[in-house]
Design a protein around this ligand. Sequence first.
Ligand SMILES: [Zn+2]
Ligand SMILES: [Zn+2]
Length: 358
Amino acid sequence: MNKIYPEDVLNPGELPNTTDVPQFDEVPPKQLPKPLSDFKQYVDSKFCYFSKPIDQAELISTEPKIAYQCRMKILVEKRSVHTDVAPHPWHTETVLGSSSLGRFFESTERSGEAIGNIWSDYQVNIPDGEKFHRTLTLTNSIYHTRCSNCRAKRYVPCTSCTKGLTYDKQICYNCKGAGQLICKRCKGLGGFRHTPKLTVKWSTRSSTFFYQNSFLHKKRIRKGQRTAFWSTRRVPWSKSSSIEDCVQSINEEVPDIPLQTYIVRDYTEKHLNPMRNKNNAMRRFECFIERMGFEEVHYTMGENYSNKRDSKLEHTFRFCQYPGPKGQNSIYENDYPLNCCGCFGEKVACYSSCCTIL
Ligand SMILES: [Zn+2]
Ligand SMILES: [Zn+2]
């Protein structure tokens, strides 16, 4: 048996005023918490980003984070010896009054002091600057050699004639009849002076490292507003100096950034190991650490949006708010789900990992 319902007669006066009912598409924007309203402003400023879902975003957390920029500079010294050779008078010894015999018996080299060890036997003060070179003449080690071309006779026989006359008994044009010519090699001086010169060159090997407990891009740390945190300048310094002792006075603010360990590791890997077997020396070590405090913000925009950059985060997204250039509040994110084609509307907007603009 069917139950019969009585007809409901509607009184228009009792019906709600439909113009007051909000349309589905026109949910009034919520009052967003400050980090999210800043974020919305950032997304709105980006070409191709689609910002509407942020109106419904929920703030999950805001955590303080730290980033450090560490600049390391090492003054590297290289030493080398080269010898300048210049013609120089050679006085032949005489034996029994004869220079011919003297020439036969004399040593062809008159030596100076041995140069010795170029690293340990010569003290050279290091410069204050970062790039410099200095050349020292090792005067005690100057030595002389006899010219092997003329054997210190200063003249060599003319090869175009015999005793100044050509085969047809004409005066030789080449030696003008002298039958000999000045030795070109020693310029008629009979020998050479060898002057050893020690060249010391300094250059700076520098590198920059970034440490943080968040995901801020290093370019952002570089551009952000940092404050001095720790610095050192160690002179003298060598490859056997203890980096561990040097970094002991660094105050580690948070356990997840073990600054001392990081600096020891990077110094060893990036500076000490590549230089260890090279013929050079470390003379000065400088390290400047700067700090930047910032916030990492986590938010969600509901089940409809999943993190495509890092699936472990599921429906959570994140961004950093840091003091940017000139101290202005800046935002860095790399996972906003609608960062591509948003200018074509909601249906086309999507995530693209390459659209994160730095
Ligand atoms: Zn000569
Ligand atoms: Zn000649």
